[in-house]
Write a new protein. Structure first.
Length: 82
């Protein structure tokens, strides 16, 4: 399983447990994802979990997956794309 999938699964569980609505609290989602990615990175140091190569991109990908339209979200946010 890839790091992104593991982090996304953990974030979805935490969103549900904490009652955070991804459609109304984007900053709360982003903060949670950043925290989970950071903690995940620390866990990879002492386990055989898949490594994170670009934590900023991972945060963006997971936020897009749980609070947006996944891989197409970046195009929806890009004003140069019609």
């Amino acid at each position: 399983m890839r790091a992104a999938s593991l982090v996304e699964e953990e974030v979805r569980q935490l969103l549900q447990r904490r009652g955070i609505d991804p459609m109304t609290d984007l900053q709360g989602v982003r903060t949670l994802v950043e925290d989970v990615v950071s903690e995940y990175g620390e866990r990879t140091l002492v386990s055989d979990l898949p490594k994170v190569h670009d934590s900023r991109q991972l945060v963006a990908d997971v936020v897009d997956a749980v609070a947006g339209f996944g891989p197409i979200q970046r195009y929806l946010d890009d004003s140069s794309v019609e």
